[in-house]
Unconditional design. Sequence first.
Length: 226
Amino acid sequence: MRLRRKPEAKQKLMEHPLVFTPTEDNKGQMQGQWRSAFPHETHPLHVELGTGKGQFLAKASTLRPDINWIGVERIEEPLLQAVRKGEATENTNLRYVWADVENLTDIFATGEIDRIYLHFSDPWPKKRHAKRRLTYRRFLDLYEQVLAPAGDLILKTDSVSLFDFSLEEFQERGWEVVEISRDLHHSPYAATNITTEYEDKFSSRGMPIHYVRVTPPKERAVADEN
């Protein structure tokens, strides 16, 4: 379905106190400073890339007040919906970034993030578009830079092809699979799972949700520390 454009969304996001919008003037301003944006600076920092309409973050920030949550989204209309959902919770452990994942290392410092979430990212099914998939090795290298040495990444998708592609990319770049299920809602990991809009829709149709949690290469992480 074609996204309905809302001209007022840009201005509302630019002015909203929960939203950080990177520009040429403030480029790098928040690098290494994100924890200071929250009342509890010592809490872990979890970041959802492609937060969409924000159901996951609204629920997660409520269920897990011991974590500081950030949603990154490049399209203003769904992001505005996400911000409104977050605002309605009145949670103080929730922030948003209006930006493209391509610019991740301009927004977060090396090792600043404890966990990254990729929820139902565009599978870009055509082979010629493989480099656009958010688990393509170029993106994995970006994630590796901003993740803490003990950090991890969680992927959920309904797409078998994207899931299989992602597993191949993880292996190619030396990421370690810690947890995996091709039917998340009937797995041991279902108990702590927090659903997204797409997840509710797909699972209601009987479609299995594919899940994996991975950690970045230990060799490069150790080398960076030395």
